[in-house]
Ligand binder design. Structure first.
Ligand code: ZN
Length: 299
């Protein structure tokens, strides 16, 4: 009798333990989303990231390996807002049956200057919404919704992880505001070589001037650089930053010509490698804000 009961108990345990299920196969389009999906999904997910650390999603070309990962995925998470111009084609070509979610769904979109040679000027939607931690919380909610819908048995655990993560992001947001708030507003002006910080600037009161437009594809002309040096001097811009996916020579030239400070690397559209200073979304904010504050505090 005792033996039979324990067998029944063992069977019941097996049937009720969702951890025994295969992890959900999730494809994230770029490294920042990949990190968020891991945070929200925990053990429930196995994440494949298409555009990896230090990669540039704007000019990415998906490989056959990517198409295979998308074809086999249960869930595909994209940023949206035009960040992955290759996304729709890849989804279609892969023939995937995966649920597709856009992490930036519901973000209040900003406009940015279009890159002239491709868009012939004018305004386009700025895709870099994750650079505002308020939007980051929205990303987390959208990711949690997509994962929970695909794996209802683990919905409660997924939502609990998402809530804890969102709380950490809210604390990080408060820290960013207090760090940058300590710098006089008029001194919060920097140059970066890719126009990725519109949402960051609007959220945290920093003016970002960029020599190139929406895409890292464009090479600025000597005339663009001369114009920017004049602008830096006129507006008393204190620091020039390099982004992790871009050619640093331009920024070094700018700093030399204008007498500004080279403030180091800002992580914009991609995380660093795992042993680098911006291996997670949270570490990226801590690194960027620390670097900004140091450069803007130089007298
Ligand atoms: Zn970008």
């Amino acid at each position: 009798m005792l033996k039979r009961l324990s067998l029944a108990a063992a069977v019941a345990l097996c049937l009720s333990t969702p951890a025994l299920a295969e992890p959900l196969k999730v494809v994230a389009s770029f490294s920042i989303l990949g990190d968020m999906v891991r945070e929200v999904g925990g053990d429930a997910v196995a994440v494949t990231t298409l555009v990896g650390p230090d990669g540039d999603a704007h000019v990415y070309q998906p490989s056959p390996t990517d198409a295979k990962a998308v074809a086999e995925a249960d869930v595909v998470i994209l940023n949206g807002l035009g960040f992955e111009p290759w996304g729709d084609k890849l989804l279609k070509a892969s023939g995937t049956k995966a649920a597709v979610a856009k992490a930036a769904q519901g973000v209040k979109p900003r406009q940015m200057e279009a890159e002239e040679e491709h868009e012939h000027g004018g305004k386009v939607t700025d895709p870099h919404a994750w650079q505002d931690l308020g939007n980051g919380k929205l990303y987390v909610a959208n990711i949690a919704k997509a994962l929970a819908a695909a794996r209802p048995a683990e919905a409660a655990a997924i939502q609990a992880r998402a809530a804890a993560y969102a709380t950490r992001l809210a604390e990080l947001d408060a820290w960013v505001r207090s760090e940058l708030g300590a710098i006089p507003k008029a001194g919060r002006k920097v140059i970066t070589n890719h126009d990725a910080f519109g949402y960051f600037g609007a959220a945290y009161g920093v003016a970002f001037l960029a020599p190139v437009g929406v895409s890292t594809e464009a090479e600025p002309t000597p005339k663009d650089i001369a114009k920017l040096v004049r602008q830096m001097k006129a507006e008393k811009v204190k620091a020039v930053f390099i982004e992790n996916m871009s050619d640093p020579r331009l920024v070094e030239q700018l700093a030399k010509d204008s007498g500004g400070v080279v403030g180091g690397t800002l992580y914009a559209d991609a995380l660093s490698a795992a042993d680098g200073p911006a291996a997670t979304y949270e570490a990226m904010f801590r690194h960027n804000v620390t670097a900004l504050k140091a450069a803007l505090s130089v007298k």
